[in-house]
Ligand binder design. Structure first.
Ligand code: FES
Ligand SMILES: [Fe+2]
Length: 453
């Protein structure tokens, strides 16, 4: 066995995920949701070892802007330098490690450490050591770098800022693969970069972080968990049909749509990135509808159909869900501990939105995505129910990954071919569960250094 020596014994992968496509078996152990040791390994080998999502460029629009977040267990700060470039650093002073930026966001031309007053510019360079001249420092100190530690890899795609604490990773383009095209479908609803609307929603729930990427692309739960949401939207549409313009309020994108009768599907792009999609029954109610002709002129009819006529939930493993249906959401998954998870939710909007379209976008964001909405509270209740149920370890394996097994296709399909989108696998129904396999395959791949051969 040619593996690096670790302080812990190698894990037996057969006890964690059973992936045997040849006989139609895919099982996930409940240990993945319960064991603190596995959580520590996930932080080290996933969140602190590969590309993860950090923020949207629109959250640091001006020179001097900063935005604080975490990469696994490590605090980081993203800045916009005087040069207009996005930079990223460990948010800890080089001197004695105090956090530098202590608010979620702000604007400073220089970052001054509140502890002993060392000062850095927004590109991370140390520009002042307080009372340096009288400090009687040894030569070895003078020869060391006093700058902030830069995030080793930082790259931006369509406004989305990603970073990796491990410098030895493929390029972001290689990492995203075919999923980049699915990001384009979200971003191309506007000719200019989408803007991040002010404010955000943060919520926490008991339960392991992996409940989030699973649920984010789980079409099968929609009509059960979100029956209330579907019912309210349906009644609103019926009321409008009877009263027409006198109905008042904001016209929603969903209404009399029968989601399960619409064309749908999914793509597995590799590295855990996965898209579930469906057609809108009434795309004319979407905020982007007014720009459909310009989008078709710019990108072609097939691409425009993906942008305007289809809803999508895109998982960029491990911590980003881009959701684009009733409104457009960036959802960031932040593992806190093996049994506690934080989620942050930001709204994206097109600068060209008419006042009506903007109002509809915001109302629909509140309807579905907000922690006070009609959908997210039902999901949160479900996460905690799963967490409690998963303590029943007398049942070792989850059985929730089999729907759609018999209709998996290798590669893409005619819909992806129409826009030149690469995919490793695809399927024709967004209620399929086989689209969840990719994230566990990537989980296994990243944990390979601690798995027995
Ligand atoms: S810890 Fe920052 S100046 Fe001392
Ligand atoms: Fe949900």
């Amino acid at each position: 066995m040619n593996k690096p020596v670790e302080a812990h014994p190698f894990l037996d992968p057969r006890e964690l995920v059973v992936d045997q496509p040849q006989d139609g078996t895919f099982l996930v152990s409940r240990r993945l949701f319960n064991e603190a040791e596995l959580f520590e390994l996930e932080m080290k080998y996933i969140f602190e070892n590969t590309w993860i999502f950090l923020c949207h460029e629109g959250q640091v629009p001006n020179p001097g802007d900063f935005f604080t977040t975490e990469m696994g267990r490590q605090p980081v700060v993203i800045t916009r330098g005087k040069d207009g470039q996005v930079h990223g650093f460990v948010n800890a002073c080089a001197h004695r490690g105090a956090t530098l930026c202590r608010t979620r966001k702000g604007n400073q031309q220089f970052l001054t450490c509140p502890y002993h007053g060392w000062v850095y510019d927004t590109a991370g360079k140390n520009v002042d050591i307080k009372d340096h001249a009288s400090g009687a420092y040894p030569p070895a100190f003078e020869q060391q770098s006093h700058d902030l530690k830069a995030i080793p890899k930082l790259a931006v795609y369509r406004g989305l800022v990603f970073g990796s604490l491990n410098p030895d990773v493929p390029t972001l383009a290689e990492h995203l693969g075919g999923a980049a095209k699915a990001i384009d479908f979200v971003m191309d609803q506007s000719e200019s970069p989408l803007e991040v609307l002010r404010g955000w929603s943060t919520y926490t729930h008991r339960g392991n972080w992996k409940l989030q990427p699973e649920n984010g692309i789980d079409g099968y739960h929609f009509t059960a968990v979100h029956a209330n949401y579907v019912g309210v939207m349906k009644r609103d549409a019926e009321r409008r049909a009877q009263k027409a313009a006198a109905a008042g309020g904001v016209q929603r994108s969903f209404g009399g749509d029968s989601l399960l009768q619409m064309k749908s599907g999914w793509y597995d792009y590799g590295r855990g990135h996965t898209l579930m999609w469906g057609s809108f029954g009434q795309p004319q109610n979407r905020p982007v509808w007014d720009r459909r002709e310009q989008i078709a002129q710019r990108h072609g009819a097939a691409h425009a159909e993906w942008v305007v006529g289809r809803l999508r939930n895109l998982l960029i493993f491990p911590n980003l869900l881009l959701m684009d249906h009733a409104a457009t959401q960036i959802r960031v998954i932040k593992p806190v501990s093996v049994d506690f998870t934080k989620v942050e939710s930001f709204a994206l909007a097109a600068r060209e939105d008419s006042p009506d379209a903007r109002t509809r976008r915001i109302r629909q964001f509140e309807d579905f995505y907000n922690a006070t909405g009609l959908a997210t509270p039902d999901d949160l209740t479900t996460f905690e129910a799963c967490h409690d149920g998963l303590q029943g370890r007398l049942v070792p394996w989850q059985l929730g990954y089999d729907r759609g097994f018999a209709q998996v296709r290798a590669g893409g399909d005619e819909e992806s071919a129409a826009v030149g989108m690469d995919a490793h696998m695809s399927g024709p129904d967004f209620q399929d569960e086989v689209l969840l396999h990719g994230q566990y395959r990537e989980w296994l791949r990243l944990l390979a250094p601690v798995l027995a051969d």
